[in-house]
Design a binder for this molecule. Structure first.
Ligand SMILES: [Zn+2]
Length: 300
């Protein structure tokens, strides 16, 4: 049985994100989705702790990295918000944990799941060695160096099928949209499923072997792809950007560059992330104010 669990939480596959607008910042759909996401991770983490797990950390991994309301989550649960440069991209360190759970996730760019994307909706598809890659593969492999075994995944049915097809021994729990029952009923079942997964640690760390040939197709077409190729000195033609990497970490880092960075923000990465994290905190203060005004969370 796992004794410590690291949870990566996204919002698209959570019980509160019902349309694309709910995943975007600064609107009341997002505020409601943040509340439901907080309740999802609270119940999953609480169930794990009540069933013998000693430690649970939740990494807030959607957009700004500040979506979960601390006050809605059990005080025993560690909440980690904002992004760090490394050693694990976005996460920093994940030492001291046994296994990885991914909740609220979504399907890959270029597929027909609920709000499908891989890192960013700017990518129409990301094909690696001939197959579309999912965030589940990128995240699970990024924490392999810290020894985390991927154990559980929740998201839309398409996302679950994609993750289970690539990561061995992964337990999945599908949250279909529109919701088949109330958010509370679904998260109860999700928490039960996660706690079952925790009792059956069968797999190993996820570390697919390279080399990798990657073709990124840009949603905005030829001009967007040309800009990316020039910016990062990469090959490709038409609406594609092409690159080769020896291992999955290099692949993930190159995709992060294309999705989120430019050469200037990359060379000042720590400062860029500090600025982005501050903006995330401010946006969350707005969300908290809106959630309190709507009585979705109580004044403390
Ligand atoms: Zn997200």
């Amino acid at each position: 049985m796992a004794s410590s669990v690291y949870i990566i939480a996204d919002i698209e596959g959570s019980t509160g994100c019902l349309c694309a607008q709910d995943a975007r910042l600064l609107n009341d759909g997002w505020v409601r989705a943040c509340v439901e996401l907080s309740r999802d991770v609270d119940l999953v983490a609480r169930r794990l702790l009540d069933n013998g797990v000693e430690r649970v950390r939740v990494k807030d991994f959607h957009r700004t990295g500040y979506n979960i309301f601390r006050e809605l989550v059990d005080s025993r649960v560690e909440i980690d918000q904002g992004y760090r440069a490394g050693p694990i991209p976005g996460i920093g360190k994940a030492d001291g944990f046994d296994c990885l759970m991914m909740v609220g996730m979504h399907a890959a760019s270029g597929t027909n799941g609920f709000i499908p994307h891989t890192l960013t909706s700017k990518f129409a598809s990301v094909e690696v060695n001939g197959c579309l890659i999912t965030e589940a593969e990128l995240f699970a492999s990024s924490v392999a160096e810290a020894g985390l075994v991927p154990l559980f995944f929740s998201g839309c049915p398409v996302a679950c099928a994609q993750a289970a097809a690539t990561i061995p021994n992964l337990h999945t729990f599908a949250v279909e949209k529109p919701l088949a029952s109330s958010p509370q009923t679904l998260r109860e079942a999700m928490a039960e499923s996660a706690s079952m997964a925790m009792r059956n640690v069968a797999g190993n760390v996820y570390r697919p072997a390279g080399p990798f040939s990657t073709i990124v197709r840009m949603r905005d077409g030829n001009a967007a792809a040309l800009k990316m190729r020039k910016r990062w000195k990469l090959d490709g033609d038409g609406d594609t950007v092409y690159f080769k990497t020896a291992d999955i970490r290099q692949l993930y880092c190159q995709l992060i560059r294309l999705a989120y960075l430019n050469p200037v923000s990359e060379s000042f990465l720590d400062l860029s992330l500090k600025t982005a994290n501050l903006a995330g905190l401010l946006l969350q203060a707005w969300a908290r104010y809106r959630a309190r005004s709507a009585c979705l969370i109580q004044d403390s």
